[in-house]
Every structure is written in C-alpha cells, then in structure tokens.
Design a binder for this molecule. Sequence first.
Ligand SMILES: Cc1cc2nc3c(=O)[nH]c(=O)nc-3n(C[C@H](O)[C@H](O)[C@H](O)COP(=O)(O)OP(=O)(O)OC[C@H]3O[C@@H](n4cnc5c(N)ncnc54)[C@H](O)[C@@H]3O)c2cc1C
Length: 501
Amino acid sequence: MSKTIAIIGAGVGGMAAAIHLAAQGFRVQIFERNASVGGKLNLLECDGWRFDTGPSLLTMPDVARDLFAVAGASLDDALELVPLDPTCRYTFPDGIIFDTSSEQERMMATISEFSEHDAEHFPRFLDYGRRVYEITAEPFLFNALDGMPQVGSALLRRLNRPQDLARVLSPITLHQLVKRHFRDPHMQQVFDRYATYNGSSPYRTPAVYAIIPYVEYHFGVWYPRGGLYRLAEALVDLLAKVGVELHLNAPVRRVICGGRGVMGIELVEGGDIPADAVISNVDIATTYRYLVPEDARPRAFVERLASMEPSLSGFVLLLGTDCRYDHLLHHNIYFSDNYRQEFFDIFERRVAPRDPTIYVCATSRTDATQAPDGGENLFVLVNAPYLSDDFSWTAERENYRDLVIDKLERMGLVGLREHIVFERIITPEDLEARYGAQRGAIYGFSSNSLFAPFARPQNRAPDLPGLYFAGGSVHPGGGLPLVMLSGKIAADLIARDLGVS
Ligand SMILES: Cc1cc2nc3c(=O)[nH]c(=O)nc-3n(C[C@H](O)[C@H](O)[C@H](O)COP(=O)(O)OP(=O)(O)OC[C@H]3O[C@@H](n4cnc5c(N)ncnc54)[C@H](O)[C@@H]3O)c2cc1C
C-alpha cells in the first residue's frame, strides 16, 4: 500500500511538493484553509479588472518547466510565457528615466549615457553573480542542505579559482559590491534594489546576492499571459493529473504527534487525517507557534526562529483606472530620494518610509485581458517593515495610501486620484491574516547578515520525525522558483527517509 503524505497549505511550495510526491506513487492530500490555491500568489477579479495580488514577475522559468515535466506536462503548452524587454522603467526623483534590458549590449549603451565607467563594469558585475551561481546553485539551491560535509565538498569541487572562494564568502555587502562597479548614484540605486528580491536591505545583505541580478539578466523576466495566477491554475491541473487530493476551505488545527514522531494532522472542522509524513507549507515560524503542539516543540530551535529577523513585508494598492497611462511599461519603479534612509526606516525604525520607492506593475500594458477598455490595472507595491509595535497599519493605512498616491501623481501619473474607479488595499496585517505569513513577512526571513545564506531553516524538522517544510521561509528561500525548489527538496527528503527512492 502506498505511503500517505498530508500537506498543510496550497501555496506554490506545497503544490510543488505534492506533484513531486504523487508522481513517485505516494498518496498525497493537500489541506488549504482558503477558498483558492496559490497562497501569496493570488488573484482578485472584479468587473473586468484582473489583479495578481502577489508576485508579478517570473524568473528562472526552467524551474517551473522541470516541475511540469515531473507530471508529464509541458509548461509551454500550458502557459504562454511573454518575455519582457525593456524589463523595467526606473524613474528617479530628479526626473531621470532609465529603462533596463536583458540584452547586454543595449544595457551597456543605456548605462553609458550615465557613465562610461559603469557601462564597462556592468558585464563584470554580472560575471560576479554568474560565478557565484555556478558555484552555489547545485549544492545550495537545487538540493537539501542535508549533510554540511557533502555540501562543503560539493562547493570545494566547484572552487577552481582563488577569487571564487572570495566571492562566495565575501565579507562585503551587496551595496559595497555595487559601489565597486558603479559610480553613478542612479546606477547604484538600480542595482542595490535587487536586495529586496530576497526581502532584505542592500546595506546589510551580503554580496553573494549579486546572484539575483545575474539570474534576472541571464534567465530573463517573464509574464505568463493572462497573469501570474495562470501559473497557480496550471499547477492545479497538474495536481489533478498526478492524482493529488486537494481540499479547499480546510484549515488545519494542528500536527498530531506521537511517541515516534508525526502521525498526521487534525482539521479545524473536525477529523484526524493519518499520514506517514506531513509537509507544512505554512511559514515555519507560524507552524511552530500554532500548529505543532507545545510539548513537541524543540525549545532551542523555536528560540532560534524567534531570534531571526523577518523579511520585508509589503503595502499593496490595487488600482483600476478609467484612463490609460501610456508612459508606463509593464514594470515600473519610482525611486526614493534617499535609499539608505528608506531601509533604515524599514529595518531599524520599523516604520513605513515617508519617501518610499514605489513599484507599479501594469499588466494591462501588455495584456488586454487585464482591464476594461481604456483603463489600467495598477498593482502598486511599497516595501514595508514586518509587523511590530512600532507601526500600526490599522491606524495608518488610509494616510499611507494617500502618501503613495500623492507621490505617484508628482512623479507622472497625472490626475491618478480622480481616475481611480476600483481600489483595494492590502497591508502586512492582511498578509499575516490571509496566508499565515509571520509578521507579514513576504519572504520568511531577511538575509541581512553575512551568514544568512547558511542560516535559513532546513526542510526537515529537527527533533520531530515525519515533519517537513516547503515554502519561502525555509531553504532555499522565497520567490516562485525557489519555493518550487523547496517543494522538490522536501519531497526528495521524504522519499529518502521513507525508503522509497
Ligand atoms: C506582494 C508580493 C509580491 C511578490 N512578488 C514576487 C515576484 O514578483 N516574484 C516572485 O517570484 N515572488 C514574489 N513574491 C513572493 C512569492 O509570492 C512567495 O515567495 C511564494 O508565493 C510563497 O510560496 P509558499 O510556498 O511559501 O506558500 P505561501 O504563499 O506562503 O502559502 C502558504 C499557504 O498555506 C495556507 N495556510 C496557512 N495556514 C494554514 C492552515 N492552518 N491550514 C491550511 N492551510 C494553511 C495559506 O492559506 C497559504 O495558501 C511576492 C509576494 C508578495 C506577497
């Protein structure tokens, strides 16, 4: 008889784990507390508007391709992936506009309008990230950090030049690395911003995260036609294809533990589900706080989780307008005047910045299905501090909404306020309440220290046999490709532990 696996949560990591396990012959059941799958990858549809409420860009599409192949399907048959080039339009407070491209020659030509020196250094900067990727991807991203000696020797095998070690263990921050390559302050801000892709500050996250711009420029920026939520819908088709049982509106109350470890889960609506192993796709800090019974929580580990700094959160406005903004691209950034102050506000003062950098995604610029004729669907995202007593979104949400709209109007979205015909606000409190994101953190934990890449919790619970984790708060990290990989890693560990592989 096949072994049974219960998965808590139908976020992307949970669905990826389920597909891998079912394809290997396990009986897999997913229990999702919300009425729809996707977790942070979600959708709001109303009166002809379609808004992705979370992710707005897909990188490393081959990770998704591999997942589809596991289920005997093809990503490119299921979704039309549209490459975006220019990849993003950056607008600076001094009025300067800079469009990025995934074509190196074009990027160098545009950067040279700011600085010849910076244009020459752009390929060197990407090369730094490329080497880090080549050295670390296999041992760190694609596999469990299971036995440190194996990871260490896999790393050593790849270090074939002295400068490789210096790159992987570099004691400098991403910002310091950026400053070594780019002199123009505009360029520095553009490349510093990549720290936010892992929920961190460029002034504290280590230089190894130069891997992020490399990945974006090398693998491209993709938009699935119809919106990012099409990816979640396609994953549901894969679940059905491999025979996963998906239960929506099925919140889990707790993990059931016995003398020899995890025995299953208990549903809020009543009923125990026995299982040979359980995967929690819920944020690991939330899992230990609410789902693992108190007497089964390893104290030292729970204390370590509590001491780890959460990642950035986000304040989101979904705005439907009755006019077009033709100067918008699909992805747009409106920068703050003082980036260092912005991150100081977010991570040290833990308050929403008064002069935020604002990201605007208008999928309506490339896809007519996203907004009624003559309108735009603006997904507006501002980096926000994780929840703490230092800032109250309940008190500030309307004021902050006004501050963001004022800035967008000043920076070129003329008359925005009068043209909004549909509006929703999503605060960090909503992210916590809807998806169980601890303190509203988008990516679980920040990577704001030198050892962050090694400190992320792993995919198998310490001291609690039978409990595993998949999702953005655990190895290898947040963001769509990485959470898909975390699902694969959790599935591989289970297959190995249950003696199936
Ligand atoms: C505003 C925003 C913008 C983002 N932009 C990007 C981007 O452009 N590109 C990118 O790659 N990534 C982006 N991300 C990050 C990306 O969305 C996440 O890293 C990823 O979707 C997290 O997946 P996960 O597997 O960790 O599951 P989660 O999304 O965290 O889902 C966990 C699931 O568990 C469920 N759950 C919780 N508690 C229970 C319970 N007790 N019982 C049953 N179910 C439960 C939740 O309802 C949820 O469905 C963004 C995220 C946000 C919020």
